[in-house]
Design a protein around this ligand. Structure first.
Ligand code: AMP
Ligand code: GLY
Length: 438
Protein backbone atom coordinates (compact mmCIF):
# COMPACT_ATOMS: atom_id res chain seq x y z
CA UNK A 1 0.00 0.00 0.00
CA UNK A 2 1.16 3.54 -0.75
CA UNK A 3 0.71 6.14 1.96
CA UNK A 4 1.01 9.92 1.75
CA UNK A 5 1.65 11.94 4.92
CA UNK A 6 0.75 15.62 4.60
CA UNK A 7 2.84 18.07 6.62
CA UNK A 8 6.45 18.82 7.47
CA UNK A 9 6.92 18.80 11.25
CA UNK A 10 8.12 16.43 13.95
CA UNK A 11 4.61 15.02 14.19
CA UNK A 12 4.62 14.07 10.51
CA UNK A 13 8.08 12.53 10.74
CA UNK A 14 6.84 10.42 13.67
CA UNK A 15 3.70 9.38 11.76
CA UNK A 16 5.75 8.46 8.68
CA UNK A 17 8.30 6.56 10.82
CA UNK A 18 5.58 4.47 12.45
CA UNK A 19 3.63 3.92 9.22
CA UNK A 20 6.81 2.77 7.46
CA UNK A 21 7.15 -0.03 10.05
CA UNK A 22 3.95 -1.65 8.80
CA UNK A 23 4.50 -4.71 6.57
CA UNK A 24 1.53 -3.48 4.49
CA UNK A 25 3.24 -0.22 3.51
CA UNK A 26 5.27 -0.52 0.32
CA UNK A 27 5.68 3.17 -0.44
CA UNK A 28 5.83 6.24 1.74
CA UNK A 29 5.39 9.80 0.46
CA UNK A 30 5.26 13.16 2.23
CA UNK A 31 3.99 16.57 1.12
CA UNK A 32 6.11 18.57 1.54
CA UNK A 33 7.88 16.36 4.10
CA UNK A 34 11.16 17.09 5.86
CA UNK A 35 14.68 15.71 6.31
CA UNK A 36 13.26 12.78 8.28
CA UNK A 37 10.56 11.73 5.82
CA UNK A 38 13.06 12.10 2.95
CA UNK A 39 14.95 9.13 4.41
CA UNK A 40 11.80 7.01 4.78
CA UNK A 41 10.39 7.58 1.32
CA UNK A 42 9.83 10.31 -1.24
CA UNK A 43 9.12 13.97 -0.45
CA UNK A 44 6.83 15.98 -2.68
CA UNK A 45 8.70 19.01 -1.51
CA UNK A 46 7.04 21.50 -3.86
CA UNK A 47 3.57 20.80 -2.43
CA UNK A 48 2.42 22.77 0.62
CA UNK A 49 -0.26 21.14 2.82
CA UNK A 50 -2.97 23.51 1.58
CA UNK A 51 -2.21 23.02 -2.14
CA UNK A 52 -5.41 20.97 -2.34
CA UNK A 53 -5.90 20.44 -6.11
CA UNK A 54 -2.22 19.58 -6.61
CA UNK A 55 -2.18 17.09 -3.75
CA UNK A 56 -5.35 15.42 -5.05
CA UNK A 57 -3.98 15.22 -8.60
CA UNK A 58 -0.60 13.83 -7.59
CA UNK A 59 -2.14 11.32 -5.18
CA UNK A 60 -4.31 10.03 -8.00
CA UNK A 61 -1.44 9.90 -10.45
CA UNK A 62 0.75 7.95 -8.02
CA UNK A 63 -1.99 5.57 -6.86
CA UNK A 64 -1.90 6.61 -3.21
CA UNK A 65 -4.02 4.23 -1.09
CA UNK A 66 -4.19 6.31 2.09
CA UNK A 67 -3.54 9.96 2.90
CA UNK A 68 -2.80 10.91 6.53
CA UNK A 69 -3.20 14.63 7.14
CA UNK A 70 -1.06 16.24 9.86
CA UNK A 71 -1.65 20.00 10.05
CA UNK A 72 -4.87 21.77 11.02
CA UNK A 73 -4.60 24.32 8.20
CA UNK A 74 -4.97 21.57 5.58
CA UNK A 75 -7.99 20.08 7.39
CA UNK A 76 -9.63 23.49 7.78
CA UNK A 77 -9.01 24.18 4.08
CA UNK A 78 -10.98 21.05 3.14
CA UNK A 79 -8.15 18.80 1.88
CA UNK A 80 -9.85 15.71 3.35
CA UNK A 81 -13.15 16.55 1.62
CA UNK A 82 -11.44 17.01 -1.75
CA UNK A 83 -9.51 13.73 -1.43
CA UNK A 84 -12.65 11.81 -0.46
CA UNK A 85 -14.54 13.29 -3.40
CA UNK A 86 -11.75 11.98 -5.60
CA UNK A 87 -12.25 8.50 -4.09
CA UNK A 88 -9.01 8.45 -2.09
CA UNK A 89 -9.06 7.05 1.47
CA UNK A 90 -8.04 9.69 3.97
CA UNK A 91 -7.37 9.86 7.68
CA UNK A 92 -8.43 13.31 8.89
CA UNK A 93 -11.80 15.01 9.23
CA UNK A 94 -13.38 17.19 6.58
CA UNK A 95 -13.84 20.92 6.95
CA UNK A 96 -17.02 20.48 9.05
CA UNK A 97 -15.27 18.30 11.66
CA UNK A 98 -12.11 20.41 11.63
CA UNK A 99 -14.23 23.33 12.81
CA UNK A 100 -13.90 21.87 16.30
CA UNK A 101 -10.34 23.20 16.11
CA UNK A 102 -10.56 26.02 13.55
CA UNK A 103 -13.30 27.91 15.41
CA UNK A 104 -13.12 28.13 19.19
CA UNK A 105 -16.60 29.70 19.25
CA UNK A 106 -18.00 26.74 17.29
CA UNK A 107 -16.25 24.28 19.62
CA UNK A 108 -17.68 25.99 22.71
CA UNK A 109 -21.23 26.03 21.30
CA UNK A 110 -20.83 22.38 20.32
CA UNK A 111 -19.77 21.48 23.87
CA UNK A 112 -22.63 23.45 25.37
CA UNK A 113 -25.16 21.79 23.01
CA UNK A 114 -23.93 18.29 23.73
CA UNK A 115 -23.18 18.51 27.45
CA UNK A 116 -19.39 18.23 27.23
CA UNK A 117 -17.82 19.79 30.36
CA UNK A 118 -15.88 22.96 29.55
CA UNK A 119 -15.23 26.38 31.12
CA UNK A 120 -18.14 28.85 31.16
CA UNK A 121 -17.84 31.30 28.28
CA UNK A 122 -19.18 34.24 26.27
CA UNK A 123 -18.55 34.94 22.60
CA UNK A 124 -18.07 38.58 21.59
CA UNK A 125 -17.68 40.21 18.17
CA UNK A 126 -16.58 43.77 18.89
CA UNK A 127 -15.10 46.00 21.56
CA UNK A 128 -18.47 47.14 22.92
CA UNK A 129 -19.70 43.58 23.48
CA UNK A 130 -16.35 42.66 25.03
CA UNK A 131 -16.52 45.55 27.50
CA UNK A 132 -20.09 44.67 28.40
CA UNK A 133 -19.23 40.99 28.97
CA UNK A 134 -16.29 41.93 31.21
CA UNK A 135 -18.38 44.44 33.15
CA UNK A 136 -19.63 41.89 35.68
CA UNK A 137 -16.88 39.27 35.20
CA UNK A 138 -15.71 37.55 38.35
CA UNK A 139 -12.19 36.15 38.72
CA UNK A 140 -9.65 35.52 35.98
CA UNK A 141 -10.50 35.37 32.29
CA UNK A 142 -8.97 33.55 29.34
CA UNK A 143 -9.21 35.41 26.04
CA UNK A 144 -9.25 33.25 22.93
CA UNK A 145 -9.26 34.45 19.35
CA UNK A 146 -11.81 32.41 17.40
CA UNK A 147 -9.73 31.29 14.40
CA UNK A 148 -6.50 29.35 13.83
CA UNK A 149 -3.70 31.47 15.27
CA UNK A 150 -0.84 28.97 15.61
CA UNK A 151 -0.81 29.11 19.42
CA UNK A 152 -0.78 32.93 19.54
CA UNK A 153 -4.50 33.44 20.05
CA UNK A 154 -4.88 32.57 23.74
CA UNK A 155 -4.09 34.94 26.63
CA UNK A 156 -4.60 33.90 30.24
CA UNK A 157 -5.52 36.96 32.38
CA UNK A 158 -5.62 37.04 36.16
CA UNK A 159 -8.38 39.67 36.19
CA UNK A 160 -11.07 41.29 34.04
CA UNK A 161 -8.94 44.48 33.95
CA UNK A 162 -6.05 42.59 32.38
CA UNK A 163 -8.52 41.08 29.91
CA UNK A 164 -9.84 44.51 29.01
CA UNK A 165 -6.35 45.67 28.12
CA UNK A 166 -5.78 42.74 25.77
CA UNK A 167 -9.14 43.24 24.08
CA UNK A 168 -8.57 46.98 23.72
CA UNK A 169 -5.44 46.04 21.80
CA UNK A 170 -7.08 43.34 19.67
CA UNK A 171 -10.05 45.55 18.76
CA UNK A 172 -7.87 48.65 18.53
CA UNK A 173 -4.59 49.16 16.72
CA UNK A 174 -3.62 45.49 16.46
CA UNK A 175 -5.77 42.81 14.87
CA UNK A 176 -7.44 39.83 16.51
CA UNK A 177 -4.87 36.98 16.06
CA UNK A 178 -5.91 34.72 13.18
CA UNK A 179 -7.58 37.62 11.39
CA UNK A 180 -11.25 37.14 12.47
CA UNK A 181 -13.38 39.33 14.72
CA UNK A 182 -14.96 36.83 17.15
CA UNK A 183 -13.35 36.24 20.54
CA UNK A 184 -14.23 33.72 23.25
CA UNK A 185 -14.02 34.91 26.86
CA UNK A 186 -13.65 32.01 29.21
CA UNK A 187 -13.68 31.33 32.93
CA UNK A 188 -10.13 30.69 34.24
CA UNK A 189 -9.83 27.08 35.38
CA UNK A 190 -7.16 25.51 37.51
CA UNK A 191 -5.57 22.08 37.52
CA UNK A 192 -3.05 19.88 35.72
CA UNK A 193 -3.37 19.48 31.94
CA UNK A 194 -3.30 16.31 29.90
CA UNK A 195 -3.60 15.58 26.19
CA UNK A 196 -5.98 12.78 25.27
CA UNK A 197 -5.72 11.71 21.65
CA UNK A 198 -8.21 9.28 20.16
CA UNK A 199 -8.58 7.90 16.67
CA UNK A 200 -12.15 7.46 15.51
CA UNK A 201 -14.30 6.66 12.50
CA UNK A 202 -17.15 8.55 14.12
CA UNK A 203 -18.71 5.41 15.58
CA UNK A 204 -15.78 3.50 17.02
CA UNK A 205 -13.02 5.15 18.99
CA UNK A 206 -9.61 3.98 20.20
CA UNK A 207 -7.84 5.96 22.87
CA UNK A 208 -4.13 6.43 22.43
CA UNK A 209 -1.81 6.59 25.43
CA UNK A 210 -2.11 9.94 27.18
CA UNK A 211 0.68 12.55 27.13
CA UNK A 212 1.58 15.82 28.82
CA UNK A 213 3.20 18.55 26.78
CA UNK A 214 5.11 21.69 27.76
CA UNK A 215 3.86 24.78 25.97
CA UNK A 216 6.00 27.52 27.55
CA UNK A 217 9.47 28.29 26.23
CA UNK A 218 11.42 28.25 29.51
CA UNK A 219 11.98 26.08 32.57
CA UNK A 220 9.35 26.20 35.28
CA UNK A 221 6.63 26.97 32.71
CA UNK A 222 7.77 30.55 32.21
CA UNK A 223 8.35 32.56 29.05
CA UNK A 224 6.19 32.85 25.95
CA UNK A 225 3.96 30.14 24.51
CA UNK A 226 5.48 27.88 21.87
CA UNK A 227 4.28 25.04 19.67
CA UNK A 228 5.48 22.68 22.45
CA UNK A 229 8.95 22.18 23.94
CA UNK A 230 8.64 18.53 24.99
CA UNK A 231 6.30 15.86 26.24
CA UNK A 232 6.07 12.57 28.09
CA UNK A 233 3.86 9.50 28.04
CA UNK A 234 2.29 7.84 30.00
CA UNK A 235 1.06 10.42 32.54
CA UNK A 236 0.78 8.63 35.92
CA UNK A 237 1.10 11.94 37.78
CA UNK A 238 -2.17 13.15 36.25
CA UNK A 239 -4.16 10.05 35.24
CA UNK A 240 -5.67 7.10 37.04
CA UNK A 241 -8.32 4.53 36.07
CA UNK A 242 -11.19 6.45 37.65
CA UNK A 243 -10.28 9.64 35.80
CA UNK A 244 -9.83 7.73 32.53
CA UNK A 245 -13.34 6.30 32.93
CA UNK A 246 -14.77 9.77 33.59
CA UNK A 247 -13.03 11.17 30.51
CA UNK A 248 -14.49 8.34 28.43
CA UNK A 249 -18.04 8.77 29.73
CA UNK A 250 -18.25 12.52 30.30
CA UNK A 251 -16.14 13.81 27.42
CA UNK A 252 -15.40 11.34 24.63
CA UNK A 253 -18.80 9.62 24.46
CA UNK A 254 -20.92 12.81 24.32
CA UNK A 255 -18.49 14.37 21.82
CA UNK A 256 -18.81 11.44 19.42
CA UNK A 257 -22.59 11.34 19.90
CA UNK A 258 -22.70 15.10 19.26
CA UNK A 259 -20.71 14.78 16.03
CA UNK A 260 -23.09 12.10 14.78
CA UNK A 261 -26.16 14.08 15.87
CA UNK A 262 -24.84 17.09 13.95
CA UNK A 263 -24.33 14.92 10.86
CA UNK A 264 -20.54 15.27 10.87
CA UNK A 265 -18.64 12.28 9.42
CA UNK A 266 -15.54 12.49 11.60
CA UNK A 267 -12.69 10.17 10.62
CA UNK A 268 -9.39 11.08 12.12
CA UNK A 269 -7.70 12.02 15.34
CA UNK A 270 -9.79 13.79 17.93
CA UNK A 271 -7.46 15.43 20.41
CA UNK A 272 -8.90 16.76 23.65
CA UNK A 273 -6.71 19.15 25.63
CA UNK A 274 -8.05 18.64 29.15
CA UNK A 275 -7.67 20.29 32.50
CA UNK A 276 -8.33 18.14 35.55
CA UNK A 277 -10.21 20.55 37.82
CA UNK A 278 -11.84 20.13 41.22
CA UNK A 279 -15.13 19.87 39.24
CA UNK A 280 -13.75 17.01 37.15
CA UNK A 281 -12.06 16.81 33.73
CA UNK A 282 -12.92 19.72 31.42
CA UNK A 283 -12.08 20.43 27.79
CA UNK A 284 -9.78 23.43 27.18
CA UNK A 285 -9.58 22.79 23.46
CA UNK A 286 -10.23 20.26 20.75
CA UNK A 287 -7.77 19.64 17.98
CA UNK A 288 -8.78 17.83 14.82
CA UNK A 289 -5.33 16.27 14.40
CA UNK A 290 -2.49 14.62 16.27
CA UNK A 291 -0.59 16.79 18.75
CA UNK A 292 2.97 17.96 18.28
CA UNK A 293 5.11 16.96 20.24
CA UNK A 294 2.67 14.47 21.84
CA UNK A 295 2.79 12.23 18.75
CA UNK A 296 6.58 11.96 19.07
CA UNK A 297 6.21 10.37 22.54
CA UNK A 298 3.04 8.33 22.00
CA UNK A 299 3.95 6.53 18.75
CA UNK A 300 7.29 5.11 20.02
CA UNK A 301 5.21 3.30 22.67
CA UNK A 302 2.62 1.96 20.22
CA UNK A 303 2.72 -1.78 19.66
CA UNK A 304 -0.07 -1.91 17.07
CA UNK A 305 0.27 -1.46 13.32
CA UNK A 306 -0.53 2.22 12.76
CA UNK A 307 -1.26 1.75 9.05
CA UNK A 308 -3.90 -0.95 9.67
CA UNK A 309 -5.58 1.22 12.31
CA UNK A 310 -5.70 4.39 10.23
CA UNK A 311 -6.69 2.55 7.04
CA UNK A 312 -9.55 0.80 8.84
CA UNK A 313 -10.80 4.19 10.07
CA UNK A 314 -10.46 5.81 6.66
CA UNK A 315 -12.36 3.04 4.85
CA UNK A 316 -14.91 1.65 7.32
CA UNK A 317 -18.56 1.48 6.34
CA UNK A 318 -19.73 3.12 9.53
CA UNK A 319 -23.43 2.45 8.91
CA UNK A 320 -22.76 -1.29 8.77
CA UNK A 321 -19.98 -1.66 11.30
CA UNK A 322 -20.65 -3.81 14.37
CA UNK A 323 -19.11 -1.76 17.16
CA UNK A 324 -19.14 -4.61 19.68
CA UNK A 325 -17.80 -7.26 17.33
CA UNK A 326 -15.14 -5.10 15.69
CA UNK A 327 -13.82 -2.50 18.13
CA UNK A 328 -10.80 -0.47 17.07
CA UNK A 329 -7.82 -1.92 18.88
CA UNK A 330 -4.57 -0.34 19.83
CA UNK A 331 -1.86 -1.43 22.27
CA UNK A 332 1.00 0.37 24.00
CA UNK A 333 4.14 -0.84 25.74
CA UNK A 334 4.55 -0.37 29.49
CA UNK A 335 7.67 1.65 28.85
CA UNK A 336 7.80 5.43 29.22
CA UNK A 337 8.77 7.86 26.49
CA UNK A 338 10.19 11.36 26.98
CA UNK A 339 10.64 13.81 24.11
CA UNK A 340 12.82 16.92 24.37
CA UNK A 341 12.56 19.56 21.65
CA UNK A 342 15.75 21.21 20.39
CA UNK A 343 14.80 24.63 19.02
CA UNK A 344 16.66 27.29 17.10
CA UNK A 345 18.24 30.05 19.19
CA UNK A 346 15.71 32.70 20.20
CA UNK A 347 12.60 30.59 19.51
CA UNK A 348 9.69 31.49 19.72
CA UNK A 349 10.50 35.21 19.48
CA UNK A 350 12.30 34.48 16.22
CA UNK A 351 12.60 31.31 14.13
CA UNK A 352 15.86 31.60 12.21
CA UNK A 353 16.98 28.93 9.73
CA UNK A 354 19.86 26.70 10.84
CA UNK A 355 22.15 25.33 8.13
CA UNK A 356 24.73 22.53 8.07
CA UNK A 357 23.17 20.35 10.74
CA UNK A 358 24.65 16.85 10.85
CA UNK A 359 22.44 13.78 10.81
CA UNK A 360 22.11 12.52 14.38
CA UNK A 361 22.72 8.85 13.44
CA UNK A 362 26.19 8.53 15.05
CA UNK A 363 24.91 9.58 18.47
CA UNK A 364 21.62 7.64 18.46
CA UNK A 365 21.10 4.54 20.58
CA UNK A 366 18.37 1.99 19.86
CA UNK A 367 16.17 3.55 22.55
CA UNK A 368 16.32 7.03 21.00
CA UNK A 369 14.68 8.41 17.85
CA UNK A 370 15.27 11.91 16.51
CA UNK A 371 12.28 13.45 14.75
CA UNK A 372 12.98 16.39 12.46
CA UNK A 373 10.85 19.51 12.34
CA UNK A 374 10.62 21.66 9.19
CA UNK A 375 13.85 20.95 7.26
CA UNK A 376 15.43 19.80 4.03
CA UNK A 377 18.07 17.15 3.49
CA UNK A 378 21.03 18.02 1.25
CA UNK A 379 23.22 14.91 0.95
CA UNK A 380 24.05 14.15 4.55
CA UNK A 381 23.49 17.61 6.02
CA UNK A 382 20.22 19.19 7.00
CA UNK A 383 18.97 22.72 6.69
CA UNK A 384 16.27 23.43 9.27
CA UNK A 385 13.75 26.17 8.64
CA UNK A 386 13.98 27.22 12.30
CA UNK A 387 11.73 26.97 15.34
CA UNK A 388 11.41 23.43 16.57
CA UNK A 389 14.33 21.70 14.88
CA UNK A 390 14.41 18.19 16.41
CA UNK A 391 12.51 16.18 19.00
CA UNK A 392 14.75 13.67 20.78
CA UNK A 393 12.39 10.90 21.89
CA UNK A 394 13.70 8.22 24.22
CA UNK A 395 12.07 5.06 25.54
CA UNK A 396 12.99 3.73 28.97
CA UNK A 397 11.92 1.49 31.81
CA UNK A 398 10.21 4.36 33.57
CA UNK A 399 10.30 8.11 33.08
CA UNK A 400 13.62 8.60 34.82
CA UNK A 401 15.53 6.37 32.44
CA UNK A 402 13.68 7.74 29.40
CA UNK A 403 14.43 11.28 30.54
CA UNK A 404 18.12 10.59 31.09
CA UNK A 405 18.41 9.03 27.66
CA UNK A 406 16.61 11.90 25.92
CA UNK A 407 18.82 14.53 27.57
CA UNK A 408 21.96 12.45 26.97
CA UNK A 409 21.03 12.37 23.26
CA UNK A 410 20.49 16.16 23.23
CA UNK A 411 23.90 16.70 24.83
CA UNK A 412 25.61 14.26 22.46
CA UNK A 413 24.02 15.94 19.45
CA UNK A 414 25.14 19.33 20.78
CA UNK A 415 28.74 18.02 20.74
CA UNK A 416 28.63 17.16 17.04
CA UNK A 417 27.15 20.50 15.94
CA UNK A 418 29.44 22.75 13.91
CA UNK A 419 31.05 25.46 16.02
CA UNK A 420 28.88 28.53 16.37
CA UNK A 421 25.63 26.57 15.93
CA UNK A 422 23.39 26.55 18.96
CA UNK A 423 20.15 24.72 19.65
CA UNK A 424 18.16 25.29 22.85
CA UNK A 425 15.96 23.11 25.01
CA UNK A 426 14.15 23.21 28.31
CA UNK A 427 15.96 21.28 31.04
CA UNK A 428 12.89 20.23 33.02
CA UNK A 429 10.88 18.09 30.59
CA UNK A 430 9.31 15.17 32.55
CA UNK A 431 11.04 16.26 35.73
CA UNK A 432 7.77 16.57 37.63
CA UNK A 433 6.66 13.02 36.79
CA UNK A 434 10.07 11.69 37.90
CA UNK A 435 9.77 13.65 41.16
CA UNK A 436 6.17 12.50 41.68
CA UNK A 437 7.42 8.92 41.63
CA UNK A 438 9.96 9.42 44.43
P1 AMP B 1 -5.89 26.33 24.18
O1 AMP B 1 -5.25 26.70 22.88
O2 AMP B 1 -7.36 26.65 24.25
O3 AMP B 1 -5.57 24.94 24.63
O4 AMP B 1 -5.15 27.23 25.29
C1 AMP B 1 -3.74 27.23 25.42
C2 AMP B 1 -3.37 27.12 26.88
O5 AMP B 1 -4.00 28.17 27.63
C3 AMP B 1 -3.84 25.83 27.56
O6 AMP B 1 -2.95 24.79 27.36
C4 AMP B 1 -3.92 26.26 29.00
O7 AMP B 1 -2.65 26.22 29.63
C5 AMP B 1 -4.37 27.69 28.91
N1 AMP B 1 -5.86 27.76 29.03
C6 AMP B 1 -6.76 27.70 28.05
N2 AMP B 1 -8.03 27.80 28.52
C7 AMP B 1 -7.92 27.92 29.85
C8 AMP B 1 -8.87 28.06 30.91
N3 AMP B 1 -10.18 28.13 30.68
N4 AMP B 1 -8.39 28.14 32.17
C9 AMP B 1 -7.07 28.11 32.42
N5 AMP B 1 -6.12 27.99 31.46
C10 AMP B 1 -6.53 27.88 30.18
N1 GLY C 1 0.94 20.19 21.65
C1 GLY C 1 -0.24 20.90 21.44
C2 GLY C 1 -0.77 20.85 20.08
O1 GLY C 1 -0.36 20.06 19.26
O2 GLY C 1 -1.67 21.62 19.79
Amino acid sequence: MKVLVVGSGGREHALAWKLAQSPSVSGLFAAPGNAGTARLGENWSDLTPTATPKIVAKSRECGIDLVVIGPEAALAAGLADALREAGIAVFGPGRAGAKLESSKAFAKQFMRNHGVPTAKFRVVHDKKQAQRALGDWEGGVVIKADGLAAGKGVVVCASADEGREILDGWYGRQKVPGGGTSVVLEELLEGPEVSVMTVTDGVRCAELATACDYKRACDGDTGPNTGGMGAYSPTPDVMNDTLAARIREEILAPTLRGLRADGIDYRGCLYAGLMVTARGPMVLEFNARFGDPETQVVLPRMKSDLFELLYEIATSEVAAVDVEARPLQVGFSQQACVGVVLASDGYPVRSLPVANLPLPDPILKESVTAFWGGSTLHGDVVEASGGRVLTMSAIGDGHEQARERAYAACAAYGRILPSGTKLCCRSDIALRVVRARH
